[in-house]
Design a protein around this ligand. Sequence first.
Ligand SMILES: CC(=O)SCCNC(=O)CCNC(=O)[C@H](O)C(C)(C)COP(=O)(O)OP(=O)(O)OC[C@H]1O[C@@H](n2cnc3c(N)ncnc32)[C@H](O)[C@@H]1OP(=O)(O)O
Ligand SMILES: CC(C)C(=O)C(=O)O
Ligand SMILES: [Mg+2]
Length: 566
Amino acid sequence: MFTDKLKKYRPYPTVHLPDRTWPDKTITQAPIWCSVDLRDGNQALVQPMNLEEKLEMFQLLVDIGFKEIEVGFPAASRIEHDFTRLLIERDLVPDDVLIQTLTQSREPLIRKTFEALKGARQAVVHLYNSTSTLQRQVVFGMEKKEIIDLAVRGAEVIREEAARTDTDIRYEYSPESFTGTELDFALEICEAVMEVWEPTPQRPVIINLPATVEMSTPNVYADQIEWFIRHLKNRDCALISLHAHNDRGTAVAATELALMAGGDRVEGTLFGNGERTGNVDIMTVALNMFTQGVDPKLDFSDINRVIDVYQRCTKLPVHPRHPYAGELVYTAFSGSHQDAINKGMAAVEKDNSGIWAVPYLPIDPQDVGRTYESIIRINSQSGKGGVAYVMDKEFGFKLPKDMHPEFGAIIQKISDEAGGELPGEVIYHTFDREYLQADSCYKLRSFNVLKRHIDHDEARSSAEVEAVIEVHGEEKTLRAAGNGPLDAFCQALREGLGLQFTLQAYHEHALTRGSSAKAVSYIMVTDGEGRPFWGAGVDTDIIVASIKALLSALNRACRKHQEETT
Ligand SMILES: CC(=O)SCCNC(=O)CCNC(=O)[C@H](O)C(C)(C)COP(=O)(O)OP(=O)(O)OC[C@H]1O[C@@H](n2cnc3c(N)ncnc32)[C@H](O)[C@@H]1OP(=O)(O)O
Ligand SMILES: CC(C)C(=O)C(=O)O
Ligand SMILES: [Mg+2]
């Protein structure tokens, strides 16, 4: 289909690094994180953030635990300048947080940047110029040497300004479009800038190596980082920073592999906001670490607040399937997933090891402030296990396993007809109508235990009961004896109404939701033809709950019989 267009594109060159070491590494500690939400993220917004929004976002970033925050490009616009001033003049930057500002390698812009930073205790000045083959040709029209001179001149102006100010200035340099730059040239220009800044191991520079546009598979970025680190003079005087964009959708993978390759620091944004398809999503990288038992040193335990502030400030939505944060990422609609999650959750509850091992849920939703309620939602793809989960987790009814197929089939029929999702309330109302209110043939009017003897030897226990039942509008008083009230009631129904049934299963439990004093009974009977029918009853008295459950099952059997004979 595209063959005639393929000639427009060329494969991205790989890095010759046969002895690469990163594939055998794992990420064992958090990098230094730097949020660029207020700069790279902001510059990509249809409507850039105003002062209040920038401030709210800054506060969120501090609360999450970012210790380095690029607050803007002060020379670029009034608001960027004013925001930097506001932070400094109102003393809003915590002592342990380093603000960072971006500037091009142009003297007037650098000078304006320093003006904006006046009075700051400490700050990173981030210098950049593009070094890629393409930009050298089409944007700057410069040879390599001229590009190095441009960077060195900017670095010199920064050093000069830094010497004049009281602010403790840290340096950062980005060979912008690093991944479109010949590696040896990227190395050369970074070393030239480092020579100007004269970093030491105690005061290292940040060398930020951006995939300004993501152009290759993530392994190539990792190779580039490992190559660069191996060849950099004075490696101990530089922090290697990663700054991946997401044009191919692999910024997270690129960043993770580049961390394995030796990156010390990661620049990125919340939810991957940024130019085009965005920057790397820092939250995903951090929570990926978390799921491996590595402390990411960023706190996403209240992910809903993060979403809320982010959406308000950027006016961008969070995709319902966004890793860790999306509305649907902890939700299973399909039956077999629901079944596995249900069993996995039960196993975790039973097993006290504290290890999270639930199929289809790589992270405990509660760790990011999500509840278990939304894990399982019901539509026509769902199964009986999911329906039982909703009844249990949302309404406190632990349906016996053998009852699941019957109620699951009832719900399946409704969801097939409805087409969409069935809210929990609909599932509960269906249960209520189908079981708890089932009285179309037999209505209980009153029930009395006339005599009761409880013996140490169970076989010698006995009870005598009297019940008034309305049968098709006519009240009948039934009386019988048995080894307990339920058994006596069964006898009364058989003798008084001539019903043929066998009680096959009985379950009960306290209802923990709603009125905690109530109990629920589930009873399964087989009719004269051996067909099974479940019933359920709720009452403050467990004996009455069981009487109601029995009548519920018999009413459902009667209704079935009526449907078949009319
Ligand atoms: C990949 C990134 O995210 S980089 C960050 C990009 N961020 C932004 O661009 C947002 C903020 N930028 C701006 O608001 C503006 O572009 C400003 C204020 C920085 C500069 O504005 P202006 O000078 O009016 O316009 P403009 O950006 O078009 O200037 C382009 C000139 O800068 C040069 N230039 C671009 N980047 C750099 C750089 N890093 N260092 C030195 N010169 C540069 C270009 O070659 C061009 O030069 P020319 O005029 O000789 O052709
Ligand atoms: C300014 C630089 C670091 C940048 O944002 C990029 O290259 O993507
Ligand atoms: Mg960027």
